[in-house]
Structures are given as C-alpha cells and as structure tokens.
Design a protein around this ligand. Structure first.
Ligand SMILES: NC(=O)c1ccc[n+]([C@@H]2O[C@H](COP(=O)([O-])OP(=O)(O)OC[C@H]3O[C@@H](n4cnc5c(N)ncnc54)[C@H](OP(=O)(O)O)[C@@H]3O)[C@@H](O)[C@H]2O)c1
Length: 245
C-alpha cells in the first residue's frame, strides 16, 4: 500500500512511520493548507491548527487523491470543536474514514517538567483521574486502521486506567529517581497562571479536570481489541520518557 503521513515528524507520526515499514510511506512536507497531495491508498491526517479555516480545500483535495483517511481527532470532539468540524467535513466527502479519538496524550505531562525538576508540582485538582494515552499505542491503532482499512470506525483510544494527577507526578518522580511532591493549587491561582498558556480554553480545561475528580476519564479497551496487546501504563510511559523531564 502507498500511505501518505501528515505530521510524520510529530509525536504520533514518529511512532507511526516505523510501523508501516512494509508499505510505501510518503512523508508529507510543507504547509498542509498550501499543499498538492500525491495519490495514495490511505492518508494519516492531523490538523494542527486551532480553527478549521482552510480545511475544506485540503479535504476536497485529499478526496481526489485517496480513498481512505485516518484522522487524528480527539475524545473531546464535540460538533463545535475543531476536531468535530473536521470530522463533519470529512464525512461530507466521498472519502472512507476512520476517526481516532484519543484522550489526553501522556506527553502533556511534560508541561510539569520544570516543576518536576524542582521537586514540587503546584497544579490544581490533584485528585483528577485521567486515562492518558501512550502515543506509541495511538500510533499502533493508527497503523492498523490504515492498513486494515477500518472504514466508518470511530476509535476512542485511552490508556489502560485512569490515574490521578498527583499519582502521575509521583510516578514521574519514581521514573527519574527523585521524590516529587504534589502541592494543590487553588483554582483561582491556577487560572491566573494558566491563562497565558491556555488562553480562552483555560476555564474549559479547569472545568474538565475538576469533573474528573468525581468522574474519572473514560477508559476503553480499544488498544487491546485493535492491536491484540493491552495499552501501556502511565508508569511505563514515564519510565521510557524519563529523559524528557
Ligand atoms: N495533546 C493531546 O492531548 C491531544 C489529544 C487529542 C488530539 N490531539 C491532536 O494531536 C495532534 C498533534 O499530534 P502530535 O502530538 O503527534 O503532533 P506534534 O508532536 O504536536 O507535532 C505537530 C505536528 O504537526 C505538523 N504540522 C505543524 N504545522 C503544520 C502545517 N502547517 N502543515 C502540516 N503539518 C504541520 C508538524 O509537521 P512536521 O512533522 O512536518 O514538523 C508535526 O508533525 C493535534 O492535531 C491535536 O489536536 C492532541
């Protein structure tokens, strides 16, 4: 098969390309919004922008060049979100599609790297439980979806369990060989600190984390059912990515 990979230098793409070694892989180069696409049997697509502006032309161009798109969406793909809008635009074409809807990526915890090295992480909602996905598992599901043509499937992809944020920090400390303490940050103080990073999405992020205290994030067995082996734990991800902290 000939497979076009958008985002081949990104976290998921770097893990995906080696899994496709038996196939003819073309790594997309350049700005996707200006692109002419090669013809391919299938495309791995991500949309690395905060709005869907320009997506119509890109998706229409892909529809003339390929029969199947595997789109890296999100478990948070509401109709009004950029992920939901891209999914709707893909559905409106003749393309066969597979939507990958992961929960948060394990690498998101690297936002704590500076604090981890100081030995204390000050952050809100330490009891929020998240089913962070190891990006290598996400890539493994993507590889199956591309090569086995999971047309019409929406895969909700998560880690094997929901781990509370304070425990994530403890596990990162274990992986890097130093104790790291969680210090609960009040919501208002967290909001002031996060607005420069998260912008308009800050309140929604805080609301989501707060909700995950009483109602831990969804856990699915998609990695197991699609790839035949269970999703990796957050402990294993932290061990394998200790150097990144
Ligand atoms: N982080 C999360 O928790 C989470 C959860 C759900 C979904 N997602 C989705 O995951 C995607 C990010 O995946 P990732 O983490 O693997 O990527 P990443 O490591 O953040 O790297 C960004 C990728 O986007 C590509 N890119 C940036 N600007 C581009 C442009 N103008 N045209 C074409 N490609 C461009 C880069 O291409 P090059 O390889 O050419 O540099 C790179 O591969 C986003 O769409 C995000 O919405 C993330």
């Amino acid at each position: 098969m000939k497979i076009l990979v958008v985002g081949s230098g990104g976290t998921v793409g770097r893990a995906l390309v080696p899994l496709l070694h038996e196939h003819d892989v073309v790594r997309f180069q350049g700005d996707i919004r200006d692109a002419e696409f090669v013809s391919a049997d299938a495309v791995f697509l991500l949309w690395p922008f905060f709005t869907p502006d320009g997506a119509d032309a890109v998706i229409d161009a892909l529809a003339t060049r390929t029969g199947h798109v595997v789109y890296l969406s999100s478990e948070s793909a509401t109709p009004a979100s950029v992920w939901g809008e891209i999914e709707a635009r893909i559905r409106a074409t003749r393309l066969e599609w597979t939507f990958l809807r992961p929960t948060g990526f394990a690498k998101n915890t690297l936002i704590w790297a500076d604090q981890i090295r100081s030995g204390v992480v000050r952050w809100p909602f330490g009891q929020a439980a998240r089913s962070l996905i190891d990006e290598r598992d996400l890539a493994a599901v993507a590889a199956r979806a591309l090569t086995e043509r999971h047309a019409g499937a929406t895969h909700v992809i998560t880690g094997p369990e929901a781990v509370r944020q304070a425990e994530q920090v403890r596990l990162i400390g274990e992986a890097i060989g130093m104790p790291v303490r969680w210090e609960e940050q009040p919501r208002d103080a967290a909001r002031d600190a996060l607005v420069p990073v998260f912008g308009d999405a800050t309140d929604a992020a805080l609301d989501t984390w707060e909700r995950f205290i009483a109602q831990p994030e969804t856990v699915t067995d998609t990695v197991l059912t699609v790839t035949g082996r269970p999703a990796g734990s957050f402990r294993a991800w932290a061990r394998d990515n200790a150097d990144a902290f």
